[in-house]
Design a binder for this molecule. Sequence first.
Ligand code: PMV
Length: 339
Amino acid sequence: MLTRQERFWRDPINTPALTSAVSPRPALGLASGKLILAGEHSVVYDRPAIALPFTRLNARARISSIDGPSRVSSAYYEGTLDDAPDILSGMVDCIRATVEAVGHPREHFMIQVDSTIPTGRGLGSSAAVAASAVRGIASYYGAVLSHEEEMSLVRIAEVHAHGTPSGIDAEAVVATGPFRFVKATPIVPLPVGRALHLVVADSGLRGNTRAAVEGVRCRFENERAATEEHLDQLAVVVDDVQDALRDGDTEFLGTSMNVAQRELSAIGVSDSALDSLIVEALRAGALGAKITGSGLGGCIVVLASDAESVAPLAEALRSAGAQETWPVVVHERSAEEIR
Ligand code: PMV
């Protein structure tokens, strides 16, 4: 049985190679999901974080020419941009700002968005959908946006979704590998000394980034000194994760992920479903396990000791209640390769 997305791409009408009767040609924009390896939440408070693209899951936007007012087609809504429901207002603003930025604000098109990234799981769904739309529209009009322009357009949708996004999701969904991120500064791609084998497990429970970030903000305001200490510890973990990645030191990476989880729990963003998946992962031999993304629902990321341990770990997590698991390989890359 084909998925909705597979049916979409197998339909000859949706094949980008076919030239539309009306120019310009249809165009595709792509972006992937994302994982945060360390530093979620503390990144909002100007500490560093490390994230990477999660390419197994992705969002695609196909732009094609139509007569009449511009339309959007997605799992949530099918209709004109003008009549889109409030829930899509961030996307609509992002689309309008993009056509403005590429200099075609009055042109008409259809934007069809398809995404395999589950929403509300800390996997970057909203940023990826926005980035695919921005890239698709730019490509449709043959415009070249700078990275900064692309990020600020994605940010329009992210502000609607998250309130005060640090910008890490927008960077991660278009990145080519792990990187270090500090708010409002360029990303630093990171070398990886040895391939890593991760498992992402979905608790099946929807998280709410805005609520989780507000919860931490509340603690920050009411218990300032203690919260600052946890945020500082998370920043130390980010440096440790960066060193462990570079050295291919999986034991140290696992330990660092466990320290990150302890700190994230202390600032109130883990929950019992995530905690029990983490306990199960460690019992099944994982080197480290932590939430990824804003938490309070969503996913955990687990470090396996080697490639052979991935399948049994995933099996153990599914038996413990994970709704879905995905293996992820982070490939080795030298400092020379990323220069
Ligand atoms: O979109 P999420 O749920 O993965 O959260 C992004 C990471 C946070 O640090 C919690 C928020 C942010 O804007 O950086």
